[in-house]
Design a protein around this ligand. Structure first.
Ligand code: GLY
Ligand code: MN
Ligand code: MN
Length: 444
C-alpha cells in the first residue's frame, strides 16, 4: 500500500479518524474504561518451527490506521487527547524493518518509535483503566487483551457503516480486484490451468498471495461446485467448460470480494449464468437503508427457484421449492455478508449497539447478516446455483426426486455451478454497486 499523501484517501482520512474516535469514546463510556488500547498483532510461527505464518493485523487497529504490516505496535486512545501510536521499528538485520512513520496519518498521532516489542509496555497507561482489544496471546506483561463485551459490541456495531474514507478504499479495492478478474478471464479463454490463472490474477492486481483478503477460489469446471474450493491445480483439465473465480483485493486494509462465472459458450449453461446474473442484478437493486437483509436472502431463494423451474431443472413452483428445502440443494449458502476490514466483517448478527443477537431465519443457518441495512453499510450480494454431488444424492434419495430433470442435471454437472457476487453500498438514495462500477470503468 502506498501511503503517500497524494492518495485520494489522504483528504478523507481526518473525518474518518474523528468518527473512529467518537465511536471509541462511546464504547469506553459503555464499558466504564478510560483508555482504549489496540495491539496491532504479533507474528505467529508454525508449530516447532522458526517459519513465520502470514501476519494478519488486528482489524480493530486497522480501523484507525492503514498499517497492515506493523506487528508489535500499540495504539492508545484516551478521550479528549491526541491518540498515541507506539510504533515498533525493531533493530533487526535478519528482516527489513518497517519504514519510519510516513504518509497521511502521522500528523494526527503522537508517534513513539520503539526498537523492540517489549519496550512498548513503557508507553501504555496502567492496565486497570484500559480496555484492550485483541487476541489474548498478544499480551505484553500486565497488558492482557480483555475485550470487554460492551465495548467490543459497540465498536463492531459502528464499524458496519462506512465513512467516506472507507468507501473510497473499498472502491479502490474493487478496481484492483477487477483488474485481476479481467486478466483471469483471459487466461481461462487461453486454456490455462487453475494455477496459471491464479498467477495471472496476482500479477494484474499486484498482490502477493498472503496479502489477498482471502484465499482466491479459482475453480475450473466441476470444481465450481465446491463452495470454498481451496486448491489451484497445476495440470490442465480435459476441457475449459466453465470458470468460477471468487477473488478480492485489498487497499488500506479494506477488502473487496467479487465472483464471476465464465464459460465456453454452451447454450444451456450460458442460459443458467445469464439467469443468475439477472437475479443478482435485481437483488443488488434492492439494497438500500431500511431493507431487512433476511428478506433479501429469502427473495434470492424464491428468484433462484423460479430460475430452476423456468429452465426445467426442477418441476416445482418456487414457493414450494423454498418451503421444502429443494431450492437449498442448489443454493446452499447465504446471500452475502457485511464487508470491510474483514471480508466477512463483524457484527452481522447484532440486534443493537448494546448487544443482543438476531439469528438467521429458520432453515437458513448459513446467513451471516440478519440486520436491517443502515446507510453506508457495504454488503455482498452473491446468489448462486450449483450441482453439488453430495446434496444431489440426498435429493435423489428423498421424496422430491421425481420433480427433478436428472438428465439435465447430469448434463450441467460438469460445469459445476454459477455464482455472481458484487459489493454493494446501501447509499442513502439506493444501491451503489462498487464492483459493477469498477468493471464499467475498466472497460470504458
Ligand atoms: N469469498 C467468500 C465469500 O464470498 O463469502
Ligand atoms: Mn462473499
Ligand atoms: Mn466471495
Amino acid at each position: 500500500m502506498d501511503h503517500a499523501s497524494h492518495t485520494p484517501l489522504a483528504s478523507l482520512y481526518p473525518a474518518h479518524l474523528a468518527r473512529v474516535m467518537a465511536s471509541a469514546d462511546a464504547a469506553l463510556a459503555a464499558a466504564g474504561k478510560d483508555h482504549l488500547v489496540l495491539p496491532s498483532g504479533r507474528v505467529r510461527y508454525a508449530f516447532q518451527d522458526d517459519r513465520p505464518l502470514p501476519f494478519r493485523a488486528n482489524p480493530n487497529f486497522l480501523h484507525w490506521l492503514p498499517l497492515t504490516d506493523l506487528p508489535d505496535s500499540w495504539l492508545v486512545h484516551s478521550p479528549g487527547r491526541r491518540p498515541t501510536l507506539v510504533y515498533c521499528q525493531p533493530d533487526d538485520y535478519w528482516h527489513l524493518p518497517p519504514a519510519p512513520p510516513h504518509g497521511y496519518w502521522p500528523e494526527h498521532f503522537e508517534v513513539v518509535v520503539v526498537r523492540d516489542a517489549a519496550e512498548a509496555a513503557r508507553h501504555l497507561p496502567p492496565p486497570a483503566r484500559c480496555a484492550i482489544v485483541g487476541d489474548p496471546d498478544w499480551a505484553l506483561g500486565e497488558h492482557v487483551p480483555d475485550n470487554p463485551q460492551a465495548l467490543v459490541g459497540r465498536l463492531h456495531w459502528d464499524r458496519a457503516c462506512k465513512s467516506e474514507y472507507e468507501l473510497e478504499a473499498m472502491r479502490m479495492a474493487n478496481r484492483r480486484a477487477v483488474r485481476g478478474h479481467l486478466a483471469a478471464r483471459q487466461a481461462f479463454h487461453d486454456g490455462r490451468s487453475e494455477r496459471q490463472i491464479h498467477a495471472a490474477y496476482l500479477e494484474a492486481t499486484g498482490h502477493a498471495e498472503p496479502d489477498l483478503p482471502y484465499g482466491s477460489i479459482v475453480a475450473l469446471n466441476a470444481h465450481a461446485a465446491v463452495l470454498h474450493y481451496q486448491h489451484q491445480r497445476h495440470d490442465l483439465p480435459d476441457a475449459h467448460r466453465s470458470f468460477l473465480l471468487d477473488a478480492g483485493a485489498e487497499v488500506a486494509g479494506y477488502a473487496s470480494d467479487i465472483t464471476r462465472t465464465w464459460h465456453d459458450g454452451d447454450a444451456t449453461f450460458a442460459a443458467l449464468v445469464a439467469a443468475v446474473d439477472a437475479v443478482q442484478r435485481a437483488l443488488c437493486a434492492r439494497v438500500r437503508p431500511g431493507v431487512d437483509y433476511r428478506d433479501l436472502h429469502l427473495e434470492a431463494h424464491r428468484r433462484l427457484a423460479a430460475v430452476l423451474e423456468e429452465l426445467g431443472i426442477v418441476r416445482m413452483a418456487a414457493d414450494e421449492q423454498v418451503a421444502s428445502g429443494v431450492s437449498a440443494v442448489f443454493f446452499p449458502h447465504g446471500i452475502g455478508h457485511l464487508i470491510g476490514l474483514q471480508v466477512h466483517d463483524v457484527g452481522g448478527f447484532m440486534a443493537g449497539p448494546g448487544g443482543g443477537r438476531t439469528g438467521p431465519p429458520e432453515g437458513h443457518p448459513f446467513l451471516r447478516l440478519t440486520r436491517p441495512l443502515l446507510p453506508d453499510m457495504v454488503v455482498t450480494i452473491e446468489p448462486g446455483l450449483y450441482f453439488i454431488p453430495m446434496l444431489l444424492e440426498r435429493l435423489r434419495a428423498g421424496p422430491h426426486a421425481g420433480r427433478v430433470d436428472w438428465a439435465l442435471v447430469g448434463r450441467l454437472a460438469p460445469y459445476g455451478g454459477v455464482r455472481i457476487e458484487d459489493d454493494v453500498r446501501a447509499a442513502p438514495d439506493g444501491a451503489e454497486n462498487l464492483s459493477r462500477d469498477a468493471f464499467a470503468q475498466a472497460v470504458a
